[in-house]
Design a binder for this molecule. Sequence first.
Ligand code: HEC
Ligand code: HEC
Ligand code: HEC
Ligand code: HEC
Ligand code: HEC
Ligand code: HEC
Ligand code: HEC
Ligand code: HEC
Ligand code: HEC
Ligand code: HEC
Ligand code: HEC
Length: 435
Amino acid sequence: MMTVDYAYKTKDDNCIACHNPRGAADKKPVSGGHKMGKIEAHDKYKYLTQKDGEYYIYCSTCHTVHNNGPKKGDEGTIQNSFLDKKITAVNGNFCAGCHEDQKTLTTSPHNVQKFEKNTDKVAKLKAANDTCGACHEVHGDGGYYLFSKSYGKDFEKICSSCHNTDGIASKTAITSSHKMNVKPKKEMNIYLQDGNIVCATCHEPHGPEKGMLRDMGEKNICFACHSDQKLVDMTKHNLSRLDYLSDKDKKKAAANVCYACHTPHNFHKENRLMWAYKQDGKTPFSFEMCTDCHKADGVGFKKVPEKTTHDRIFKIFPYREKFKENLFDDSGKVSAEGSITCQSCHNPHVWKAGTIEASATVEGDISNSFLKKDVKDKFCSVCHGETNAKNLFEKYHDKKFRDNRSQLNRKMLEAEVLKNLFEIQHNLEKIEGQK
Ligand code: HEC
Ligand code: HEC
Ligand code: HEC
Ligand code: HEC
Ligand code: HEC
Ligand code: HEC
Ligand code: HEC
Ligand code: HEC
Ligand code: HEC
Ligand code: HEC
Ligand code: HEC
């Protein structure tokens, strides 16, 4: 006799015969939801149903049908919907019985028992101790990772369904974030969605630690992708290394050296570069990115250069495209239409170009001071000639030097520049002619 029990062990068992909108269990229809059927990568999982050397999930892999049901008239929960108690017993959580990797959720801020806001849904989940159910619906509408289908594959929607100003996680509402849906510059073994960075790239939603950040093999998660900026750690721009600053400033940088200038979330929407300061809307950002600190009442008060600007003369410069790496627009972006800004000469992440010298206690001079390489020889001298360029570059912030200079006849100087331009043109033509 073919027992009912045997029939249960096929893909949809016989359960759907009743658990459909027209069946005997029409109030409890089951359609989409948790993965069913054959499991290829079965090594990770216990409790799968074995048949002919293959591994499957059937309804009856999770459900026992005759044991552990709800009391008559009660709604079943994750504790008692005819579920296999053996699986729950392993880690004290039915789902984590198979999903060992996610058992860390118990001590995570994402454990529903720790949620402060008690909505109806949260109260119900707490009562049933249904920690996974806060996000995953085992018999839901078959959405991405068992989330509601209405979110699609969009993590910003999935996460912000709680992390918004009215949501369950309003205390940690997220209004802006690090660039999303961009590809890392190198091949990495991390969580990506179609190759792109999403919320779950940096966050392990089941993670136990504060911040729930993924381990990317670096002491600072930002280093993992931004090796060019990592050197800032050993410089004065690591504010945690400057004894004279307030504990508040030092603590922020000690948590993460980048936070002094870039904040991963909730910067003003119009801010570029995840800028940690509120922008005043008057100073161009290309200057504000330094003067937010390098001003009398900023944390960089010890070093406020007196003279910082260069004439915006580039409209007469015919080689803007060629030298655009040295030119920046008001928003701080490289631009052939731009001018000389702080970024033309300085890279705030690298103390001494080409070396990894530590510098937190070194007084800066023209050989370091976050200066870029070759700016003087390959750029300033184009217009100013070699000898002048050296002086103009090295004494760029020197008020006395510059004040004295401006006594001279500017017309003459401009003529000199134009003369140089003529020479450069001549040189460039010569070089190009040889090719
Ligand atoms: C002969 C019809 C029939 C079959 C076959 C059947 N069920 Fe049911 N099942 C019911 C009915 C009727 C209820 C009570 C529904 C209600 O509470 O409205 C029920 C209740 C349940 C409940 C409890 C729901 C709750 O939380 O209150 C679970 C879980 C369940 N069935 C699982 C299964 C599984 C798994 C199978 C297949 C292995 C299965 N059933 C096969 C008819 C059936
Ligand atoms: C991965 C494990 C797993 C599999 C596979 C599974 N279920 Fe469930 N099922 C659960 C859990 C857990 C619950 C309790 C959910 C809750 O109450 O929050 C549940 C609840 C139910 C309920 C009650 C739903 C309700 O609305 O109260 C029914 C009916 C049910 N399952 C039927 C099925 C059927 C039919 C299948 C096969 C098609 C199946 N289940 C496969 C884990 C599973
Ligand atoms: C009997 C073991 C078992 C139980 C119990 C179980 N799962 Fe799974 N789960 C699996 C397997 C196996 C897979 C598929 C893995 C694969 O395909 O590589 C899976 C896949 C998943 C996925 C990934 C889905 C996707 O679309 O990629 C999620 C999310 C998930 N389970 C959540 C849960 C939740 C929540 C529960 C508890 C309600 C649960 N699981 C209970 C075995 C189980
Ligand atoms: C706060 C929401 C949230 C809660 C609570 C939650 N998850 Fe998840 N889970 C996610 C998100 C988001 C993903 C997709 C990103 C990822 O894989 O990390 C996911 C992915 C998964 C996956 C697929 C992992 C993979 O590598 O393919 C499994 C399995 C899973 N969760 C199981 C669980 C279990 C078991 C619980 C309860 C112990 C749980 N989740 C609780 C949000 C949550
Ligand atoms: C590039 C990495 C990265 C990405 C992408 C990212 N985050 Fe974060 N997130 C962080 C870091 C770093 C922190 C700070 C953690 C700490 O220091 O405690 C953080 C903190 C948070 C916090 C806690 C905020 C608080 O006030 O304590 C939440 C919530 C959060 N992120 C949600 C999200 C959401 C939602 C997304 C996607 C829209 C996302 N994150 C994308 C890196 C990232
Ligand atoms: C079901 C609601 C819910 C969903 C969905 C959710 N979170 Fe949370 N999350 C919370 C709650 C509640 C807290 C605790 C802090 C609070 O109450 O604001 C929290 C805290 C966090 C924290 C801060 C942990 C700490 O250090 O205190 C991070 C980071 C975070 N979530 C990231 C995410 C990311 C990324 C996603 C999407 C993958 C996500 N969350 C989806 C509810 C949720
Ligand atoms: C998984 C890799 C990854 C991690 C981790 C990461 N980033 Fe990024 N970051 C990127 C990519 C990719 C871009 C986009 C580059 C582009 O658009 O050219 C980017 C862009 C940026 C930008 C420029 C944003 C803009 O508006 O142009 C800043 C600043 C930044 N990241 C800072 C950080 C900080 C601070 C952290 C640590 C909290 C961090 N990143 C962690 C990959 C990452
Ligand atoms: C003292 C302030 C400061 C600190 C600390 C700092 N940055 Fe920056 N960062 C800036 C400024 C100013 C810019 C814009 C000028 C530039 O691109 O050099 C910038 C630009 C960037 C860019 C965009 C570069 C590009 O080419 O578009 C990335 C990425 C970045 N920073 C990442 C980081 C990371 C990661 C950390 C921590 C390891 C960090 N920064 C620490 C001030 C800082
Ligand atoms: C978060 C605040 C902050 C930002 C933003 C910032 N700095 Fe600084 N910077 C400092 C502090 C603090 C020092 C240490 C001053 C000291 O003790 O010598 C410093 C030191 C320096 C020094 C070395 C001084 C010396 O001679 O030893 C230079 C050069 C410098 N900054 C240039 C810049 C430039 C250029 C930018 C913009 C691209 C910038 N900084 C953005 C805070 C900042
Ligand atoms: C033309 C190149 C150039 C430009 C543009 C430039 N700097 Fe400098 N900066 C230098 C040089 C060279 C030094 C090293 C001078 C020394 O220490 O003798 C320096 C030193 C500094 C110092 C340390 C000063 C001290 O007292 O020790 C700070 C702070 C600084 N620059 C900030 C800035 C800011 C902010 C901007 C943009 C508003 C900027 N610089 C634009 C070339 C430049
Ligand atoms: C496109 C040609 C051009 C380039 C390239 C150029 N300058 Fe100039 N610079 C000028 C002109 C024209 C003036 C105005 C005439 C004058 O004061 O010499 C000027 C003026 C100056 C002044 C005096 C400004 C004042 O207000 O006193 C300094 C200092 C200076 N340049 C430094 C530099 C440095 C350093 C570089 C390289 C980062 C550089 N310039 C690149 C054309 C250029």
